[in-house]
Design a binder for this molecule. Structure first.
Ligand code: S3P
Length: 174
């Protein structure tokens, strides 16, 4: 088993959690989702954190959560889509893991999240436009931090899992 972490980054709704959970299962690794851990520790959902305390406060909690989650190895870690906004997050994650960018088209992301209301930054009247704009803004950051890039725009869940698994295997010469 890998003693490094496999860190999944990518835009909100690209499938980091669903793919990460399955990747962890087939590799016999622990799975951790920083958003889920953060919500449990804060005792409220992310929408409420944004509503009550704002994005900056959320980002502070996000960095604390990443610090704790990345300190042990052997985990598949699903991150929040905005973790790339803070260089410190990425340093903490890269120190102990390989960073895998799950690249996904705006239209596929939209299909995944069109009925979702749990992502405060996407809760707008024109969700697709918002996704396109944010993806454009963040693309450079995802690409900058990615050690491995897996394009899953045209893949179903298991093909995406297999692709990510194969990319990691190649990286570690397994
Ligand atoms: C965010 C993405 C969310 C969550 C928060 C902020 C972002 O995670 O961390 O709502 O800035 O893109 P997902 O990528 O799991 O949606």
């Amino acid at each position: 088993m890998l003693n490094k972490n496999i860190v999944l980054i990518g835009f909100s709704g690209c499938g980091k959690t669903t793919i990460g959970r399955r990747l962890a299962r087939i590799r016999g690794m622990e799975f951790a989702d920083t958003d889920v851990i953060l919500e449990a520790e804060a005792g409220m959902p992310i929408t409420k954190i944004f509503e009550n305390f704002g994005e900056d406060y959320f980002r502070g909690l996000e960095t604390e959560t990443i610090k704790k989650t990345a300190s042990a190895g052997g985990r598949v870690i699903a991150t929040g889509g905005g973790c790339v906004k803070n260089e410190k997050n990425m340093r903490l994650l890269a120190d102990n893991g390989v960073i895998v960018y799950l690249k996904c088209s705006a239209s596929k992301i939209f299909e995944n999240v069109k009925h979702d209301t749990t992502r405060p930054l996407l809760n707008t009247d024109d969700k697709l436009k918002r996704i396109e704009e944010m993806l454009e803004q963040r693309r450079e950051l995802y690409e900058k931090y990615a050690q491995l890039t897996v394009d899953i725009s045209d893949d179903g869940l298991w093909d995406a899992v297999k692709k990510a698994d194969a990319a990691v295997a190649l990286h570690f010469h397994e």
